[in-house]
Write a protein that binds this ligand. Structure first.
Ligand code: PRX
Length: 651
């Protein structure tokens, strides 16, 4: 097994039991594990009962072991948006702030649940007027503005599927996603603020929809005015949000949808160049996002101020900005910009301003804070923080301890949450107030979740010891599991279910190990997926962007350990004969990847090489390239056709 992550998880990093004060008021205690195990499906039914169902479900789970598609809360009917908005207003909490929104330039808005209900209803009414109906797909290509969340909820309200495309993605990436899902509507903004500057965004939509073969599925582009910058306009297709949605009625009667009504598709990188459209549905997804948000973050509605720093372009934004917190009636902060706009104090000022009590972020940001130095957070009153969370990649013990010491006064619990776009919600994490956490360990599958670590032959790996790592599998279906890959169920079965098909286990693509106490440590991807600042990027995607450049004959890409971003992308490129090497072409190739995919996929380093190391069957040996990229002694080169190729590459 090759594990691409190099976090040193073997070091003893200490154990951090919960404080008695935290445990005394925690949302749960250790008995919850036993309860879940004694009757797993009854436990999930109890969690589903946090939701408002228009028609009660019958069977809890119908699991198809041939197709690997689950039906959770069978025949139940609900409306996801009603669960996230209306019912809080009906319960008398309409005046509670749902979203404290902080714009990058310093403007801010606080939106109550009652206002959110009016906004979502207006959008739902207007989307209906546009002729959209349940099952249609809507692409959302927007920065972190409230209208993005309103659009997602309006889609949910009407049974439309949203497909959020991260606003940092290129027009080519946007086009591929619009086409794959045959979206009918695109919602965007005129521009987005990036480090104090307004950068155009709508232009990328125009570019995506035009080109040599114009897109034919999109009828309308709805544009939110965010920066007040000029945009090109296509009459009949383009519409201003503030002239349409804002003028629609704030009252909308919602319909109830089946528990398995598709809620969204979200694209993520796999091992081939083509991103996978991960499909999630309604009842099970909302049950598990609400359940995990309640217990893993020890969330207390009406008291906590919660902040998840993710972008809605990723699954973390879907599950832990939109659906989980809003289903639980949370008051949360949503911030539009980067952590250093206008300077490195920004996040800490926001924590202070709103009294943030739960702060959920990514290890890469913690390491960036460490680089900036503790004088910055120390200049602020962060005493409102009572819980910290981490997601996206394994958190190295040093960053874990710094996070707790500097942001958490050395006393608050940290929840390191392992999950994926595909799992929809948190799967493995400590429970605050219950688990004695270890820095760097995701610890224990949550109550109701069953995971295992196994070898190629499906044997469980032993606890502790040097050879104790294996593949992470989920050996029981869970409510928020993906229901497929949009338009490609064959790829779905092949990617996730073929490796342990006879057992019916989900293969997560991560390596993991148990320590001697039986606690679980996630080690990182075992496939050709890189993790850069918590973003999943496939080597094949970057390679295909590189070979798309006229000067390139062949390219191989690896993720190499990086102090700040977890992994950095290193590309080995063979130029076509006649193409000239040098700094220009390197800069040009980096720019090409940023243009084709996104600046987040830009290689840290491009090495122009005369040859690539290959096995006799012609497979590029990435393991050896990774050795070079990380400056290590070369591993086993015996299967190489021509071991001398390395002298040429390294030279
Ligand atoms: O390798 C694991 C890593 O991120 C992958 C999932 O990426 P994505 O679908 O983009 O979702 C990210 C946010 C949920 C996983 O296969 N990963 C995520 N969280 C952790 C993690 N690795 C270790 N520890 C984590 N807490």
């Amino acid at each position: 097994m090759t594990v691409t992550n190099t976090t040193d998880t073997k070091k003893d990093s200490g154990v951090y039991p919960p404080s008695p004060q935290f445990a005394a008021t925690a949302n749960t205690d250790a008995a919850i594990y036993e309860k879940a195990w004694s009757d797993r499906l009854a436990f999930w039914a109890e969690q589903a009962d946090r939701l408002q169902w228009d028609k009660p479900y019958g069977q809890v789970l119908d699991w198809d072991t041939e197709e690997f598609v689950a039906n959770w809360f069978v025949d139940g009917k609900l409306n996801v948006a009603v669960n996230c908005v209306d019912r809080h207003v009906a319960a008398g909490n309409g005046d509670r702030v749902a979203i404290h929104w902080e714009g990058e330039p310093g403007d801010s808005r606080s939106i109550t649940y009652a206002q959110l209900l009016a906004d979502v209803s207006r959008a739902a009414n207007y989307f209906t007027e546009l002729g959209l109906s349940a099952g249609d797909r809507v692409a959302i290509y927007m920065p972190m503005v409230p209208e993005a969340i309103v659009t997602m909820l309006a889609c949910a309200r009407l049974g439309l599927m949203h497909s959020v495309v991260f606003a940092g993605f290129s027009s080519a990436a946007l086009r591929a996603r619009i086409d794959d899902a045959s979206a009918k509507l695109v919602v965007t903004t005129d521009g987005q603020y990036r480090r104090g500057q307004a950068a155009p965004l709508k232009g990328a939509v125009d570019e995506a929809l035009g080109g040599e073969t114009p897109n034919e599925t999109v009828d309308h582009v709805l544009v939110v005015r965010r920066c007040g910058i000029d945009v090109d306009w296509t009459d009949g297709r383009d519409l201003w949000w503030d002239e349409t949605v804002v003028a629609a009625s704030p009252e909308h009667a919602p319909a109830a949808f089946d528990s398995e009504q598709p809620l969204f598709v979200l694209y993520t990188s796999g091992t081939t160049g083509k991103p996978k459209g991960i499909v999630h549905t309604s009842g099970g997804y909302l049950t598990q996002t609400a359940y995990t948000h309640h217990y893993v973050f020890d969330h207390k509605p009406g008291k906590d101020v919660y902040w998840c720093t993710a972008d809605i372009g990723w699954v973390t934004g879907h599950s832990y900005i939109v659906y989980g917190p809003l289903a639980n009636g949370a008051t949360q902060v949503v911030y539009e910009g980067t952590p250093n706009s206008p300077n490195e104090h920004r996040h800490f000022e926001i924590i202070e301003k709103y009294g943030v009590s739960i702060y959920y972020t990514a290890p890469t940001l913690v390491r960036t804070f460490m680089k900036w130095g503790r004088a910055i957070p120390d200049a602020h009153d962060l005493s409102s923080i009572r819980l910290l969370g981490s997601v996206g990649e394994p958190i190295n013990p040093e960053a874990w301890r710094w996070f707790r010491e500097v942001l958490g006064r050395g006393e608050v619990p940290i929840v390191d949450t392992w999950w994926q776009t595909e799992t929809g919600a948190i799967m493995i994490a400590p429970l605050p107030g219950v688990t004695a956490a270890k820095p760097g360990a995701a610890m224990t599958p949550l109550p109701g979740i069953s995971a295992n670590i196994v070898d190629d032959e499906a044997n469980p790996v032993p606890r502790g010891g040097a050879e104790a790592s294996g593949y992470l599998v989920l050996d029981q279906p869970w409510p928020s599991m993906l229901r497929g890959i949009w338009g490609d169920m064959e790829r779905y079965r092949e990617t996730y279910w073929s490796r342990y098909a006879d057992r019916g286990w989900y293969f997560a693509g991560d390596g993991a190990r148990y320590d001697a106490d039986g606690d679980l440590w996630v080690l990182g991807r075992v496939d050709d997926v890189m993790n850069v600042s918590g973003h999943r990027i496939s080597t094949a995607e970057v390679e295909s962007a590189l070979v798309g450049h006229t000067a390139v004959a062949e390219a191989a890409v690896v993720g190499a350990a990086d102090e700040t971003t977890g992994q950095g992308i290193v590309a080995f490129v063979i130029l076509k004969s006649g193409a000239s090497g040098g700094d220009d072409v390197v800069a040009e190739l980096k720019a090409e990847v940023a243009r084709e995919i996104s600046p987040i996929a830009k290689p840290r380093e491009v090495k122009i090489v005369p040859e690539l190391p290959k096995t006799r069957s012609g497979k590029i040996m990435r393991r050896l390239l990774r050795d070079i990229a990380e400056g290590r002694e070369l591993g086993d080169t015996s299967t190489l056709v021509d071991p001398k190729v390395f002298d040429a590459i390294k030279g």
